[in-house]
Design a protein around this ligand. Structure first.
Ligand code: S3P
Length: 425
C-alpha cells in the first residue's frame, strides 16, 4: 500500500464494532440461557476466530452482516484443534471459557500467536483445577477442563484484561467467590458485559469478583465502534491543521480513551458529543479539529496511563514526532509481547522515516517536532504497526510504502478505504 502525504482530513465516518467487546459478547453469550443478538459485531479477523472456535465446540450461531446470533448452551468436545489465528484475546479468553468443560481441547494459532506468552493464564486456570499443556508456556495450548472448578483469589502479575477475563469466565462456573486483583486497572468490558447478561459481580478499582456457579440470561446488544480503530483517524486529524472530522458511534469507555487526553494536552480540539450508554457501555460522536501541537502538559507516559494506552502506543510514538519536546513512554514492557515486538517495530520504522527515537527495554523516547520522511515500512504482519505508520505517512514528506498492509484485516478490514475517504491532498 502506497500512502502520500495529506493536507488535512475532513468528513464523517464510522469504525467497525469494538474488537474487545465483540470477543466478550460472543463468549459470554455462549454461557447464557437463550439466544443473544449481537449487533454491530466486529468485522475483525480476530473476532471471526472467536466465533469459529465457539462453533468448533458446538455453539450454534448465525450471522447476518454484522449481526450475530448466539445460542447459549452446552459445549461438546471438538473433533480437531481450534484455530485462534492471530488472536491472543481469543486464545486466552477461550481458555477461560473451556476451563470448566470436562473434555480436552487444543488451541492453536499462527506463527505470531505461537510465540506469545500463555503462562499468565495457565497458572490461575490450573490453580482452579483445570489441566493445561503448552510448549513451554507458548501455544499450542491444550486444556482439559473440569466441571468442578475451585474458586480462587488471584493476583495477576501482568496488567492484562485478557487474564482478568479468563479467570472471571472460569469463575462463573466454579464453586464460590473467584476474585482477581490487579495492581493496575485494565479495560473493564468483561465486567460491564457480565452485568448486561444478568451477573451480579463485585467491582472495585483493582479487585473484581464473581460468585459461581452463576446464571446468565441471553441479551440483545449493539456493540459500540472500536475506539482503538478510531484512534488512527483521531490522531491523523489532530496532527494536520485545518482537519475537521467526526466519527460517529464510537465506544467512549474511559479505560480506553486516554489518547484523547494526551492529544488535548498537546492542543488538539477534541469534543465528544451525543454520549449515551445504551448497553452498559458509553458511546458517542468524537469531533476532532487539527492544530499545530504545543508542548504536552506532561510528556512522560508511564504507570497506569501506559496500561490504558497499550494498543495506542505505536501511534503515540508517531504523534510524539510532532510534539514540541517529544514524548516518552515507560512501563511498556508488555508491548514487546504483542502481535510483534511493538517497541522494536516502532523504533525501527520511525528511524527509517528520519525520526530521533531512543529505545528502552520498557518503552521509548521520541524527539519532536520534526518532519518525517516517506519510507518503506515493515509491519512484521502487525495490524497496529501498519495503521500507525499509515498515519505517519500522511504527515511525512513524500510517499511511504506499507508492506504486508493486508494485516489491517486482523482488526479493521476496510481501514485504508475509510482513511482515504477522509483524506484531502
Ligand atoms: C485486550 C487487552 C489487551 C490489548 C488487546 C485486547 C482485551 O491485551 O492489548 O489488544 O480485549 O482484553 P492484554 O490483556 O494482553 O493487555
Amino acid at each position: 500500500m502506497r500512502i502520500a502525504s495529506a493536507r488535512r482530513l475532513r468528513g464523517t465516518c464510522s469504525v467497525p464494532g469494538d474488537k474487545s467487546i465483540s470477543h466478550r459478547a460472543a463468549l459470554i453469550a455462549s454461557l447464557a440461557e437463550g439466544v443473544s443478538t449481537l449487533e454491530n459485531f466486529s468485522t475483525a479477523a480476530d473476532c471471526a476466530a472467536t466465533l469459529s472456535c465457539l462453533a468448533g465446540v458446538g455453539i450454534r450461531l448465525g450471522q447476518d452482516g454484522t449481526t450475530v446470533r448466539i445460542h447459549g448452551g452446552k459445549l461438546r468436545p471438538p473433533n480437531r484443534p481450534l484455530n485462534c489465528g492471530n488472536s491472543g484475546s481469543t486464545m486466552r479468553m477461550m481458555a477461560g471459557r473451556l476451563a470448566s468443560e470436562d473434555f480436552e481441547c487444543t488451541l492453536t494459532g499462527d506463527t505470531s500467536l505461537s510465540e506469545r506468552p500463555m503462562a499468565r493464564i495457565i497458572e490461575p486456570l490450573e490453580m482452579m483445577g483445570a489441566r493445561l499443556r503448552s510448549d513451554n508456556g507458548r501455544p499450542p495450548l491444550t486444556i482439559h477442563g473440569s466441571d468442578r472448578l475451585a474458586a480462587i483469589e488471584y493476583e495477576s502479575s501482568a496488567p492484562s484484561a485478557q487474564v482478568k477475563t479468563a479467570v472471571l469466565l472460569a469463575g462463573l462456573r466454579a464453586q464460590g467467590r473467584t476474585a482477581i486483583r490487579e495492581s493496575v486497572g485494565t479495560r473493564d468490558h468483561t465486567e460491564r458485559m457480565l452485568q448486561w447478561f444478568g451477573v451480579a459481580l463485585e467491582t472495585g478499582s483493582t479487585v473484581t469478583a464473581v460468585n459461581g456457579p452463576a446464571r446468565l440470561f441471553a441479551a440483545h446488544l449493539k456493540i459500540p465502534g472500536d475506539f482503538s480503530s478510531a484512534a488512527y483517524f483521531i490522531a491523523a486529524a489532530a496532527m494536520l491543521p485545518a482537519s475537521d472530522i467526526e466519527i460517529v458511534g464510537v465506544g467512549l469507555n474511559s479505560t480506553r480513551t486516554q489518547l484523547i487526553d494526551v492529544l488535548r494536552s498537546c492542543g488538539a480540539e477534541i469534543q465528544t458529543v451525543d454520549v449515551r450508554e445504551p448497553c452498559n457501555e458509553p458511546v458517542g460522536t468524537i469531533r476532532v479539529r487539527g492544530c499545530t501541537f504545543q508542548h504536552a502538559s506532561s510528556n512522560v507516559i508511564e504507570g497506569p496511563k501506559t496500561a490504558a494506552l497499550i494498543d495506542e502506543l505505536p501511534l503515540l510514538a508517531v504523534v510524539g514526532t510532532q510534539v514540541p519536546g517529544g514524548l516518552v513512554v515507560r512501563d511498556a514492557g508488555e508491548l514487546r509481547f504483542k502481535e510483534t515486538d511493538r517497541v522494536a517495530a516502532t523504533v525501527k520504522n520511525l528511524r527509517a522515516m528520519g525520526a530521533r527515537i531512543e529505545e528502552f527495554e520498557d518503552g521509548f523516547s521520541v524527539d519532536g517536532p520534526m518532519r518525517l520522511q516517506g519510507a518503506t515500512i515493515q509491519t512484521f504482519g502487525d495490524h497496529r504497526i501498519a495503521m500507525a505508520f499509515s498515519v505517519a505517512a500522511l504527515v511525512a514528506e513524500g510517499e511511504s510504502e506499507i508492506t504486508d498492509a493486508a494485516s489491517v484485516a486482523v482488526s479493521f478490514p476496510d481501514f485504508f478505504a475509510r482513511l482515504e475517504s477522509l483524506v484531502e491532498r
